[in-house]
Design a protein around this ligand. Structure first.
Ligand SMILES: [Zn+2]
Ligand SMILES: [Zn+2]
Ligand SMILES: [Zn+2]
Length: 122
């Protein structure tokens, strides 16, 4: 899990800063300078950077348009596996009438029509 890994790195960094603070009693500038010198992985296309190369790799896909996770039903591509998983829910069960205002879909057109009332009610 990239999110957890990121959190772990940040916690480590935070602990390090706390330790320096208590050990050396140096100014706040010192810490921001230290943070700036810690190697970040930089996106070659924009200002995005992250401590984790995996995050940058995934981010770069948004520039290249590469979508490694393909839906085997309709061929639609996704950057992240979890996005494909969410998309696949559209294919399970025949519900071709999709509400454009929320993610609900319906088997019959009149069911969607009835549903739309909830969005227009005040
Ligand atoms: Zn970028
Ligand atoms: Zn699909
Ligand atoms: Zn709706």
């Amino acid at each position: 899990m990239a999110g957890l890994e990121q959190k772990r790195v940040e916690n480590k960094l935070y602990a390090l800063i706390q330790w320096c603070k208590s050990s050396y009693r140096v100014g706040e500038n010192y810490y921001s300078n230290m943070l700036a010198t810690i190697k970040r992985h930089q996106c070659p296309f924009c200002d995005y950077s992250s401590l984790l190369s995996a995050n940058v790799k995934r981010h770069v896909l948004t520039h290249t348009g590469e979508r490694p996770f393909l839906c085997n039903v309709c061929g639609k591509g996704f950057i992240e596996k979890k996005n494909l998983a969410t998309h696949m829910l559209n294919h399970t069960g025949e519900r071709p009438h999709k509400c454009e205002l929320c993610s609900k879909s319906f088997m019959r057109k009149d069911a969607l029509k009835t549903h739309m009332i909830v969005h227009f009610r005040c």
